[in-house]
Design a protein around this ligand. Structure first.
Ligand code: ZN
Length: 341
């Protein structure tokens, strides 16, 4: 069973805040729901401002037809104009604060709007699973390059630009007396609906590194978990987190299917921004963990290490949770660090 937490369920909202407060290794996985507050519509939902025709354009086959390609780039340009004017939401700032407080292992996002970077999240902490509106990618070697305004004008006119890396390689070969090699064309770096993600291997390496970091919290926000890639990602992170008594928190308006039983621990049925604001009102602020607060919960659930009084007020948030037994429907009392050491 996934624990269903409504916006009026103060007891469990407190519990989620305590669980978060005790964690020093957090992975966030985000979707369109964290950007809707910035006025950015997702492509699929019922409230989307994009039409079915727009969605149909977002296919790899559109790149193989001049007219469709032109329409596709016009659509991406429109999305880019909206993203340019948009400001990051409370949730984007929250993720940035997790990073600045050294709590964030990585943010994995399905969003292409770049609001994470605008909020101040470093590129190396932000994996854009579906690419970006702000870069171009070579169709041969996958080299990415910023999508500057001039390039945008070029692409809109359908006269494409060659990949600088492919060009350089080919020229170097010719200079060495070898045959020239093929030079790829640059295209939008947005992953289209019917294409295999060519960045898969790169992401796999990062994901494996992060799985090795064993997150204590997997925090999923603003995604309906419908695509295969995100489902695999959540399952993998949930598995390693649960092996070490970590917690998987899902914040989204729509209900997860029963397939997620045993994978998600909490479903907070709320929009992301008000939930993040509520977290702050419950005393949770991302804060760097001092070394004397880094305690390990052993396999037996006992605390080890040097645990001193946390900086947060006693009895409020300064606690580390025991593993929650979701099968019995019972909630373990959190361990109060003020009572230890
Ligand atoms: Zn190339």
């Amino acid at each position: 069973m996934v624990a269903h937490v409504k916006s009026t369920d103060f007891h469990h909202l407190d519990q989620v805040a305590r669980v978060l407060n005790a964690a020093s290794r957090i992975v966030t996985i985000t979707g369109a729901g964290i950007s809707t507050g910035a006025g950015i519509s997702d492509f699929r939902s019922e409230s989307s401002t994009y039409t079915r025709g727009d969605r149909d354009l977002l296919r790899f086959s559109s790149l193989q037809n001049d007219r469709l390609k032109s329409d596709l780039y016009r659509l991406l340009h429109r999305a880019r104009s909206i993203a340019t004017a948009a400001k990051p939401t409370t949730t984007h700032h929250f993720i940035r604060e997790l990073h600045h407080s050294e709590l964030l292992i990585r943010n994995y996002t399905q969003n292409i709007d770049g609001l994470e970077q605008k909020a101040g999240l470093n590129n190396d902490k932000n994996v854009q699973l579906h690419g970006s509106l702000w870069s171009l990618r070579c169709m041969v070697c996958n080299h990415t390059t910023p999508w500057a305004y001039d390039d945008q004008a070029i692409l809109k006119e359908r006269s494409e630009k060659c990949c600088p890396r492919c060009l350089r390689r080919s020229r170097e070969r010719v200079e060495r007396g070898k045959r020239a090699t093929g030079v790829g064309m640059l295209r939008s770096n947005v992953v289209l609906y019917d294409e295999v993600d060519q960045h898969g291997n790169h992401f796999a390496e990062t994901i494996n590194e992060d799985l090795g970091g064993i997150p204590e919290i997997v925090l999923i926000m603003g995604t309906s978990l419908k695509t295969h890639g995100i489902q695999e990602l959540v399952r993998d992170f949930a598995e390693v987190a649960h092996q070490r008594h970590g917690t998987v928190i899902f914040v989204n308006r729509s209900q997860p299917t029963t397939n997620w039983d045993g994978i998600l621990d909490y479903w907070v049925q709320w929009d992301c921004d008000p939930w993040v604001q509520d977290l702050g009102q419950r005393g949770y602020q991302p804060a760097r963990r001092s070394t004397d607060r880094i305690c390990q919960v052993g396999r037996t659930g006992n605390l080890t290490g040097s645990c001193r009084t946390p900086s947060t007020p006693a009895g409020e948030i300064g606690t580390r949770h025991n593993p929650i037994d979701l099968t019995s429907g019972e909630w373990d009392s959190p361990i109060d660090l003020t009572a230890v050491g």
